[in-house]
Design a protein around this ligand. Sequence first.
Ligand SMILES: *Cc1c(COP(=O)(O)O)cnc(C)c1O
Length: 339
Amino acid sequence: MRRSRWFTFRTRSLYLKNDSVCFPTLSFKDRVVAVALAQARNFGFDVVSCSSTGNLANAVAAQAARGGFKACVFIPADLEPAKVLGTQIYGARIIRIAGNYDHVNRLCSQIADKYRWGFVNVNLRPYYAEGSKTMGYEIAEQLGWRLPDNVVVPMAGGSLIGKIQKAFNELIELEFVEAKPVKFFGAQATGCSPISTAVKQGRSEIQPQKPATIARSLAIGNPADGFYAIKTMVGSGGWAEDASEQEIVDAIALLAETEGIFTETAGGVTVGCARKLYAEKRIRPEETTVLCITGNGLKTTDALAGRFELPEPIPPKLAAFEEYLEREVANVSAAGGQR
Ligand SMILES: *Cc1c(COP(=O)(O)O)cnc(C)c1O
């Protein structure tokens, strides 16, 4: 990052792994679904499915359409409208559940037992997990076949963070990169932080929470891989943080203003937590650090409601523009020259 109000030092060693532009549905979930659906075909599934906090539903719907599968996805009823529409447009069937993600996931486990459907995050989960590793491979490749000192990863079910570590370990074993210690830092929203809380309290077991956060893609109160995520962080000498609703929104704006990347709420969680980790000196400016930006801001515009005023329209006349300019200059000087 070049400049910011929060990172009060200059650093040339902070990198962004930008999955807000993943193909085809603008989140890191496109990676996991690519691998899971390849295997769904090998297994001969006609119907593919998932329980989802939104991004996974988008990825399953799009890639099922492309691959000739029928798609049926299960979501909590209160998901962001853009994520619902971004699933329906591909012709997928949506089943909205009156409950949170943990209720949806439990139901999907029961359905997967009974029907011959390929649930990408239930009976196809090992393949889904392999897909997450590609993010780790690309981080090493794009750093010039080097490993970073630190990685900051948003956590929902807690799978991605451990798979990036697995990817790095594989590259070390294959001698694609030199072995070195990498610290793993997990990021959650304060309103749903079962994994971060366990790390901060020194526990290795998750105490489930009831999610209440704008970071809906991370709103999993009882994370399936939480135990392993804790091991990855603590075992590597890393740590966990959580970001409040206001910190998430401010971090979304910070990333947009400094880097021109519009991320969703999960990206706000990552940047907001990274800022705290620097302030706590758990991450040092001279260390090579990668932030994982996992989703696109156009899917979670609801979180920014009320942040910006819509300017009054002016007539398409030069005189009107100059009048507007004068008014603005007057406003700025009235405010003491500050914006
Ligand atoms: C799914 C998801 C993650 C990480 O999820 P894990 O379950 O922890 O692997 C991170 N960011 C976004 C935007 C996601 O949709």
